[in-house]
Ligand binder design. Sequence first.
Ligand SMILES: *[C@@H]1O[C@H](CO)[C@@H](O)[C@H](O)[C@H]1NC(C)=O
Ligand SMILES: *[C@@H]1O[C@H](CO)[C@@H](O)[C@H](O)[C@H]1NC(C)=O
Ligand SMILES: *[C@@H]1O[C@H](CO)[C@@H](O)[C@H](O)[C@H]1NC(C)=O
Ligand SMILES: *[C@@H]1O[C@H](CO)[C@@H](O)[C@H](O)[C@H]1NC(C)=O
Ligand SMILES: *[C@@H]1O[C@H](CO)[C@@H](O)[C@H](O)[C@H]1NC(C)=O
Ligand SMILES: *[C@@H]1O[C@H](CO)[C@@H](O)[C@H](O)[C@H]1NC(C)=O
Ligand SMILES: *[C@@H]1O[C@H](CO)[C@@H](O)[C@H](O)[C@H]1NC(C)=O
Ligand SMILES: *[C@@H]1O[C@H](CO)[C@@H](O)[C@H](O)[C@H]1NC(C)=O
Ligand SMILES: *[C@@H]1O[C@H](CO)[C@@H](O)[C@H](O)[C@H]1NC(C)=O
Ligand SMILES: *[C@@H]1O[C@H](CO)[C@@H](O)[C@H](O)[C@H]1NC(C)=O
Ligand SMILES: *[C@@H]1O[C@H](CO)[C@@H](O)[C@H](O)[C@H]1NC(C)=O
Length: 257
Amino acid sequence: MKATFRLTATLATAATVLAQNVTIPAADGSLPEGGSNGCTAGYYPGIDTVLFTVPYTYQQVMSIVGNYTNLTWSGSPNNSVTTNNSQALETNVWTPGTARTYDVAGAHVIETITEYSKPINGPYVEVHTLAPLSIPTANVSFYSDFDGQVWKPICDGKATWSNFTITFCATNATTAQQVLHMLHLTDAVTVGAFLGGQNFTSCSSLTGNGTASPGAYGNGSTSSPTSAPMPYTGGAEEKGASVVLVAMLAAIVLVLA
Ligand SMILES: *[C@@H]1O[C@H](CO)[C@@H](O)[C@H](O)[C@H]1NC(C)=O
Ligand SMILES: *[C@@H]1O[C@H](CO)[C@@H](O)[C@H](O)[C@H]1NC(C)=O
Ligand SMILES: *[C@@H]1O[C@H](CO)[C@@H](O)[C@H](O)[C@H]1NC(C)=O
Ligand SMILES: *[C@@H]1O[C@H](CO)[C@@H](O)[C@H](O)[C@H]1NC(C)=O
Ligand SMILES: *[C@@H]1O[C@H](CO)[C@@H](O)[C@H](O)[C@H]1NC(C)=O
Ligand SMILES: *[C@@H]1O[C@H](CO)[C@@H](O)[C@H](O)[C@H]1NC(C)=O
Ligand SMILES: *[C@@H]1O[C@H](CO)[C@@H](O)[C@H](O)[C@H]1NC(C)=O
Ligand SMILES: *[C@@H]1O[C@H](CO)[C@@H](O)[C@H](O)[C@H]1NC(C)=O
Ligand SMILES: *[C@@H]1O[C@H](CO)[C@@H](O)[C@H](O)[C@H]1NC(C)=O
Ligand SMILES: *[C@@H]1O[C@H](CO)[C@@H](O)[C@H](O)[C@H]1NC(C)=O
Ligand SMILES: *[C@@H]1O[C@H](CO)[C@@H](O)[C@H](O)[C@H]1NC(C)=O
């Protein structure tokens, strides 16, 4: 995986030439006009969803993800994300039209909110657009008109379920889907890691305040397949792919580092 990324990096400029009418890095948050396939010339449509549950409360999750310009849980250090809504930095009330800008994995990212809702008891809904960008190490460029996440309390509030779904246009939809899946899965896993690193298994294994009971995860001496992170729904698909994904995750972390 790592070797593949290195190899493709040398040919990254090929994608830039092909997509010559799309300016990358983007100067503003606007998206190209779609063609007959819904995407601009040289780009192809795709979609990816990551469903993931963490054994922590909605309020705990909001303390990590509830500030649009704090992306420490997504690999961007403190104060590395800028916004054109300085008022929201104080109030933490984010509104459609707000853009955030940052650089990660060699990409210049501009994300503009289209939908934002953060009620005290959930669900949290945050949808933004993604201006065209390139990930040089993966030889892919993409943009999105819908990059959304939902965080919803489950298990009587003891756990929080998430849905990261993105519909995108990419120079290679297969590659983009793999990269986006790894990024979003890493994000979701990191939220859990920041809150204590327990894995969700079932509602009944959780105690009163969202903290996993000691017996629920074994005593560390053995590793059982059922201790892998599992989504709340659509379990079979994500569980089946989890071994591959953990390996891919390691690869993308190397790329991002
Ligand atoms: C890089 O991406 C472009 C556009 O998808 C493709 O034509 C080219 O073959 C890719 N290069 C490699 C080495 O995969
Ligand atoms: C912030 O940037 C976005 C994307 O460029 C733009 O659509 C929006 O109008 C800007 N908002 C303000 C308040 O400047
Ligand atoms: C770029 O734009 C020009 C017109 O501005 C158009 O004729 C051409 O087909 C476009 N090329 C691509 C690759 O989109
Ligand atoms: C960003 O969020 C993290 C929790 O994920 C917190 O520890 C950190 O203090 C926050 N940074 C700023 C600048 O608010
Ligand atoms: C949100 O995060 C930004 C930086 O990441 C920080 O400057 C700002 O104070 C935070 N807002 C709140 C309300 O914590
Ligand atoms: C991020 O900023 C917050 C306060 O703004 C600080 O408490 C925390 O230690 C910082 N984290 C890192 C990793 O610098
Ligand atoms: C996840 O979110 C997408 C986009 O909103 C939605 O189409 C899909 O049905 C959701 N999946 C689940 C399992 O709720
Ligand atoms: C898209 O990328 C995959 C690897 O992710 C590669 O096998 C395939 O050849 C690429 N397709 C094009 C058209 O470049
Ligand atoms: C509740 O959570 C805190 C950590 O947030 C933990 O220290 C405490 O033991 C928990 N209480 C119970 C009854 O699980
Ligand atoms: C915990 O460890 C003991 C021995 O140290 C072992 O017999 C037991 O099966 C372990 N329990 C789990 C759930 O791994
Ligand atoms: C959670 O699951 C991951 C992946 O399967 C594993 O590496 C990790 O050790 C687990 N953590 C706990 C606390 O069981």
